[in-house]
Design a protein around this ligand. Sequence first.
Ligand code: G3I
Ligand code: 9MR
Length: 584
Amino acid sequence: MKPFFTLLLLSLLVSCNTIDSAKEKSNLVDEKTVLETSRYLHPASNTIRFNQLGYFPKEKKIATITGNSDITSISIIDLTTGETCMKGQPYDKVFFPLSGDTIHQFDFSGFQKPGVYQLQVDENRYSYPFEIGEGIYDSALLLVAKSYYYHRVGTDITKQHGMKWHRPAGHPDTNVLYHSATGKKGFVASPGGWYDAGDFGKYVMNGAFSAGQLLHALETYPDLCPDGSLNIPESRNGINDLLDEIKYEADWIATMQDDDGGVFHKLTTKNFAGAIMPHEATEQRYIMPKSTASTFDFAAFLAKMARQYKKYDSNLAEAWLAQAQKAWQWGVQNPTEYFKNPADVSTGEYGDEDASQEQFWAAAELFVSTGEQTYLDYLSGNLPDLTYTYGDGWKSFMRYLGVFTLLDNEGSLPEAIAAQLKEQLIASADDLTNRVQTFDYRQGVNDFQWGSNSDIQNVAFVIAEAYKINPKPAYSDAVFSSLNYLFGHNATGYSMVTGLGDNPPMHIHHRASKADGIVEPVPGFVCGGPNYYKQDANDVNYPADAPPMKSYMDVWESYASNEVCLNWNSPLPYLLMFAIEQRK
Ligand code: G3I
Ligand code: 9MR
């Protein structure tokens, strides 16, 4: 039976809101919590799709039953009593074009009694067990936020904090060589930070962006990952644990600035390593050339971080802010330094040939952190278009981050700008909500690209921000249904997050998970998800003619659908926090 941790949370869940409860919460993120297995009353079939973490009592609840058979009745069985507590009728069959399935749906929104249940379809088909309750996301939030700890570079992942996934430190990065394409010579130290993904690279583009999304969660919901909640080395140091974790990345990113203010694009080997543990990957690492996009991205993140950190260490916060301002100046003077991999390098490129979004985000954070007119002038003349396009991930979600920061600080903006941004954000959210309501499993995406799971979350992120301006139920429903997709209400039957739900990915493209000899992958990671373009090498056996929503394989070989990555995890703490706040 696969590991999961849905049911065991029932007796353990605690309020996520107070520092007083942090001690109990840290107990949740431990090995026992992750590994306990379920007690099914009836063997389950994964043809019945829904959110494997469960539902809030008052939430809309729709199960989708695949398998093309005619279904006449569905019941809800209470697992504590074994009794049938509701009988219902599915809707008529319909065809789902994105998954190629003919399905029935069953709406049990009216059933609101907290408990643990299985759905019974006709005589002998049963779903995974599921919970109805207000605590369904509390521990999931902590596990997902904690996943960044496992990405830490240059430090032991200890048994105390890493549980069974403890491992020796990898990549001290104290002797990193300047690649000749930088025009510089010699070695430099650039230690720490997070691994980007399944690979061991450190990329400013994606690191700063992901940290920015996490910081936005922290700014919006400052109390939901308090000190002591994540069981990381800094727990109990008087600082919010999520902020401590982000600082680990900030300390590395701050080392990536050249003397002239420009920021080096990445720190990687020339080629990807094999499937080995971090400490076994000892190839020479290089600092790669500077880029405009990374420089603005760096400026945005450090300017944002400075605001959060100043109450703990004002000197450090000031130093970061000064670095951010210097980066801004370099970016303005060097607007078209687009990064391309040097000829002898094949690690991730993270290229961006239009740095205007990074610049907008940087201007927004710098303006809010300094109040200086220069930044406001830039913002006023460069308000972005907020029409959402798929693939709006690390490259272009940055403009939204800028807008969110500005609207969170509306008081410092000229009224006309605030009004225009709000109007555009609402228009974007309305469009996206309409997409959610239209597409098969009620997810906001119908073009499934590399990292589609992040696209789905980013759509929900925009909608959740619009909810701040106009708290209408259609918006919160759309966010919830995106979470439902992620945790199992989808065409694959997987919960897309390791260690969460009854059927999570087990063979992610993550080198440590592949090489550590432990059956369960490192927990709390969102995998990339269905990718219709299937850009893997030719050794992945997707189902024949896999339709878009089924272009996913839980195998190590599928880096194009089953890798994990900083920016695929980073919207999730925010979305879970949104949900937790809406649970009543
Ligand atoms: O947007 C186009 C779409 O219009 C087109 O129809 C489709 C088919 O050709 O391609 C789409 O672009 C793809 C893009 O991802 C967005 O989906 C590119 O082909 C594809 O090559 C690109 O993949 C990127 C991948 O690196 C390969 O470079 C991913 O965005 C990016 O997230 C991923 O990032 C990697 C890092 O390089 C290294 N670390 C791991 C990380 C995650 O896999
Ligand atoms: O493992 C690599 C993964 O981390 C990257 O995101 C991906 C795309 O750049 O590439 C993977 O490496 C593969 C390489 O591109 C082609 N040969 C097989 C490698 C995976 O084992």
